[in-house]
Every structure is written in structure tokens, then in C-alpha cells.
Design a protein around this ligand. Sequence first.
Ligand code: TXA
Ligand code: MG
Length: 318
Amino acid sequence: MLKEELTRAVNILKSGGLVAFPTETVYGLGADAKNPTALKKIFHAKERPIDHPLIVHIGEIGQLSEWAVNITPWALQLAHAFWPGPLTLILPKAHGVLDLITGGQETVGIRIPHHPVALALLNQFGSALAAPSANRFGRISPTTKEAVLEELGSSVDMVLEGGQCEVGVESTIVDATGEKPQILRPGMITASQIEAVIQQAVSLKTKNAPRVSGSLESHYAPRTSTRILTSEQLITYLQQFPKTDLPRVVITRKPLKLPHENITCIMMPETAKEYAHDLYRTLRELDKKNYQEIIIEALPSDPEWIAICDRIERAQHK
Ligand code: TXA
Ligand code: MG
């Protein structure tokens, strides 16, 4: 990234504009976390309900006390272990944190992203940036600069280039406001990685928490109708459609014997890490191709796949 670009981005943010920037998870739509006018622009650009809280991105751990209070020792341990990285901690908010950030709650979500462009931006800006994923509400999060432009176009003042996001799915969100940690949104940092750091059990919220927008049943969703089927179900399911039917596409991890050429097969990587990296980009590309349906082969249920299973299940809901 050019120095001049960074300066321009900081100037835009200081004057209350929106700058989308890369993080290791997905691209974020950033605004000055202390400027209510700028924050309102985020909700407008994303068409996001105003009571959905935003994640505060900070550049260094020293800024934490400006945003959160009564941080438990284990929450601090998590921050030290995983930041910069794909972990968001929900903490009791400090006095003065705007309702636009918290959705009117007493808590605030915070993380330090692990991406050189995000960190350079945060450090040069010198203060925190509120940044949800840079997509329209309910849609697939962008993992490239082009995807941000597709989603937001001219409603964002600038998009910083940072290549394709390394992780590919959103951060793990951990509620650290109580005595015990609870995962509100699974991500590529797993419960057992968290447990290994703090030596205590972590629960996973299964019921929908209404204040976590990513926990709505339909989210991260392509426009094309999407369905998950097991390998066994797949073949029988596909056989019912005649050759003359509209094209369908199957996303799988091993080669499939397809009934006819009107069904396309997209091969995804074997490992969870690589699958997550490619998932949103693949869904986004397929969504442009006017398929009748996107069919995703069901994934393993091992811990490292939980976040990916969560996202494809929400993609399937309409
Ligand atoms: O990886 C990520 O977390 C990305 C990158 C850009 O950092 N950001 C992201 O933001 O996914 P967003 O707004 O798309 O999703 C953040 C989730 C939302 O579902 C929001 O409701 C939840 O975090 N959240 C934020 N503050 C919260 C709070 N105080 N309590 C509960 N949930 C909160
Ligand atoms: Mg989002």
C-alpha cells in the first residue's frame, strides 16, 4: 500500500467518511468509532438495522481500557494470546462508548485485526475504528477489494487493497462479560484453542442470540437458492432433474459422478483452513452465474469445521 493512499484513508476517516479495509478474516467497513455521524453512515451503506452493534477495531492492546472495563483475567489472557487475530471479545463497555456502537447494550465487541494494512491504518489513524463486514446486510462478506466494490459501490469513500483475506470467515466472537466464556459466533479460532489458553470450559451458544446479526438464521447468503446435502443424498437428488432443466452447481470436496452435463461440479480444498479461505469467494462467483440452485456437499462435524458449517447453514436459509 502506498503511503499516500494511507494518508488519504486517514483523512477520509478524520473527516467522518467511510473506508473499507482488509483484515485477516473479511473486509471491514470502517468509520471513526467516536464519531456518531460517521457511524450512522455505516448503517446506511449496509442497510443494516440501527440496533445491531458494531465491532470496535483497535491497533494495540493499550487502547483496550478506553473501550472496556472490568475485564476478567481470563478475558485479558485471551486478548494477549490471540490478538492480533480473528477473535472478538464482548466486554463490559467503558463509560461514553456510543449507543451506535453497542446497540444500546452495556457491552462492546473489540478486536485487533491481524493484517498489515488494517494495522497500518489503525496506527496512523491513532484511534479505534468501528467496522462491520463490508457487505450489505445479510449478504456474503467480502474477501477481496472487488467484492467490497460489488457490495457497496459508491456508498464507501475508499477501499484499501489488501489481497484476498487469509482466514476467509468472520472472527470467533466470545462473550467475556460473565464468569464463563461463551462462543456467540464460531470462527476459525476454536473452543479447544480457547480452552487450552484459559484452562476452563467454553460453551457454544446454539440458540439464536438476536443481538448478533450473524446469528440470524439467514445470513451470509447468496441470492441463488442454496441447499446442503450429504454425499449419499446428492446423487439421488441430482438424478431427478432432466438434462433440459436449468443448470445447477455442486460444491464438493471429492470428484462426483454427475448424471449429465447440465450439472457442474466445483471442487473445494480438503482442509478446513483452505476451505474457509475459498468459501465466500466461491459462493460469490457462483451467485453471478444464474444457476437454478447451488448445492453444497455437507461437511465434517469435527471442531475445525464448525465455523464453516455454521456459515453454509445460514447461507442455505431463505
Ligand atoms: O471478522 C470480523 O469480525 C469482521 C471483521 C471486519 O473484523 N467483522 C464482522 O462484523 O464480522 P459484523 O458487524 O459483520 O459482525 C459482528 C457481529 C455482529 O453479529 C454483531 O451483532 C456482533 O458482532 N456484536 C458486536 N458487538 C456486540 C455486542 N456488544 N454484543 C453481542 N454481539 C455483538
Ligand atoms: Mg457481517
